[in-house]
Ligand binder design. Structure first.
Ligand code: NAD
Length: 549
């Protein structure tokens, strides 16, 4: 295994805190506690990577260490390609990953380029160096299940059984999010190592390889109203049809296998992991055929369970599209999680805001937790979240925190953090960032922009504008990616990270970027005609030239 320096503390290894932050975050993405397969530079989400290859990784590290405070490093699909003199308020790094001209934007063409060393799949936060492990998604997952519980079950999942699959980097958040909502979760995964990892990091309670036992344990806990999460070893495309035969229908049903990438992210039914790996290397075409066939079986079983009463939704892995392409005509009968549960939050510019303590000291995060509890005490669910996160979420790699904050709140909090750094209340600067899955940074018709009110689902100008305005405002690094979440051809999205280093200049940059970034979410949804976004824009003074209603 390659040794990667996990720098901590307040000593710089670069010429400035922004470069240092980029270096520490790149390395954090590849920390074995954080990344799913660091030996292959794979961070999460199928083959989402932090750098194109080890040679590129070394070159990025070298360049970041030499980079001046008025220079900008350019990254093209995980490879450093240029350094230009810009200015001190400009981003130190600009990143473009996996972007293809639309008519070529498919897995086949990407795989060909990847084989020739010309491209890398950046997923969302993998190639943009702001992945923080499963905790990065856990509040979003928690909020999704909480909203589902509000809509369908008296505000709690108590006594209800959720069935899902996929215990990878993101999917691994599901069992904890369900138990935080007081429910019971059966989470299927074909890989015993993933199950063990989630147990070790307290995302999962127990495991079994026996379907009967999983159902018995789940029913027992549900009857007693006790939260419990059970990892079930096996293949979802085999287990769901078996559960149907047994007459077991869960209350809630979803999936987070990496179905967006049938070659690298989904194991075909009746294949062991070793057999699958062998087939993948020997006969890609056959692998993809079998994988897609299994995805179709999986989705058919989900549709049948839905018919028999399970509240069913797609959890952002494009599984419906693949099944539809395989002939499952009604694959889209169950909704995606964004239109079903999340969109109102996007209308207020709310999304998965996150911050990381570069010192490596958990105390720095606890101090910022206290700020949320004091400064945002009017927001009860936010404060509950912070208290729960503190108690239940184990740090992976650099200590970090996530919470959904909206327009206005992000700027306020960012400036407070910067002041804490300036006053020496924290041991080192803080990195502030977010998932690309946010209110104004994604065009993804099967996910974030599914079923937009005005039919603008596939309009991809928005994430590009998001990246441009954040770069102009002085974000520390900005990225534009293609294919994250749902796979090649199905999404364009932008990331941004900004460092609070305690300087006056950082304060101004934070004020600009943490306003424009969620502001784009408000604008995008107001433009599509969402009342809540229009109201938010009016109340908060977001200037939208042609807003008439
Ligand atoms: P990952 O690649 O780290 O994990 C996928 C998991 O699925 C692995 O543990 C694998 O063993 C398991 N798996 C594959 N085929 C299986 C099968 N047939 N049966 C059972 N288990 C199987 O991916 P991840 O980071 O957890 O992301 C999962 C999916 O969710 C991706 O498609 C990703 O793009 C999407 N995603 C969703 C959100 C969201 O908020 N909903 C956010 C990010 C990513």
């Amino acid at each position: 295994m390659k040794q990667i320096n996990q720098y901590r503390g307040s000593t710089l290894h670069t010429k400035g805190w922004i470069q240092e932050a980029a270096l520490r975050m790149l390395n954090n993405n590849l920390n074995p506690e954080v990344a799913e397969n660091p030996d292959e530079l794979i961070v999460y989400g199928g083959i989402g990577k932090a750098a194109r290859n080890w040679e590129s990784y070394e070159a990025i590290v070298r360049e970041l260490k030499q980079l001046e405070n008025d220079e900008t490093l350019l990254i093209q699909s995980g490879k450093p390609v240029a350094v230009f003199r810009t200015h001190s308020d400009a981003p130190r790094v600009l990143i473009a990953n996996s972007n293809l001209v639309p008519a070529w934007a498919n897995w086949e063409h990407f795989q060909e380029l990847e084989k020739r060393g010309l491209m890398m799949y950046g997923q969302m936060t993998a190639g943009s160096w702001i992945y923080i492990g499963s905790q990065g998604i856990v509040q979003g997952t928690y909020e999704t299940f909480a909203e589902l519980a509000r809509q369908h079950f008296n505000r709690t999942l108590k006594g209800k059984i959720t069935l899902t699959a996929g215990l990878g980097g993101m999917g691994g958040a599901q069992p904890l999010a369900v138990t935080m909502n007081e429910g019971v979760c059966i989470a299927i995964d074909v890989d015993p190592i993933r199950i063990k990892r989630r147990i070790k990091t307290r995302y999962l309670d127990i495991s079994t390889d026996n379907v009967n036992e999983a159902i018995r344990l789940a029913k027992d806990a549900a009857t007693k109203g006790q939260p419990l999460s059970i990892g079930l070893l096996g293949n979802a495309a085999e287990i769901l049809p078996k559960m149907l035969e047994m007459g077991f229908i869960p209350d809630v049903l979803t999936d987070q296998t990496s179905a967006h990438d049938p070659l690298n992210g989904y194991i075909p039914a009746n294949y062991t992991l070793d057999e699958a790996a062998e087939l993948r290397s020997k006969n890609k075409k056959k692998y993809i055929q079998l994988s897609k066939k299994s995805i179709a079986t999986h989705v058919k079983a989900m549709l049948e369970m839905q018919k028999q009463g399970a509240i069913t939704f797609d959890y952002g892995n494009n599984i419906r599209q693949i099944a539809k392409d395989e002939g499952v005509e009604n694959a889209f009968d169950f909704p995606g999680f964004v239109p079903a549960y999340i969109r109102p939050q996007f209308c207020e510019g709310k999304g998965p805001f996150r911050w990381v303590a570069l010192s490596g000291d958990p105390e720095d995060i606890y101090k910022t937790d206290d700020v949320i509890l004091n400064e945002f005490s009017y927001n009860e669910s936010l404060c509950n979240w912070i208290r729960m996160a503190r108690e239940k979420i184990a740090f992976q790699g650099l200590p970090s925190r996530i919470c959904w904050l909206g327009y206005g709140e992000r700027t306020r909090f960012g400036k407070i953090i910067n002041e804490m750094v300036a006053k020496g209340k924290l041991k080192a600067p803080i990195v502030i960032g977010r998932d690309h899955l946010d209110s104004g940074s994604v065009a993804s018709p099967n996910r974030e922009t599914e079923g937009m009110k005005d039919g603008s689902d596939a309009v991809a100008d928005w994430p590009i504008l998001n990246a441009l305005i954040n770069a102009v405002g002085g974000a520390s690094w900005v990225s534009v990616h293609h294919g994250g979440g749902v796979g090649m051809g199905y999404s364009i999205h932008a990331g941004m990270v900004i460092v609070a280093d305690g300087t006056k200049e950082a304060e101004k940059r934070l004020e600009r970027v943490l306003t424009t970034d969620p502001g784009m979410g408000v604008v995008r949804h107001a433009d599509a005609g969402y009342e809540l976004a229009i109201k938010t824009a009016k109340e908060k003074g977001v200037h939208i030239p042609m807003l008439t209603t």
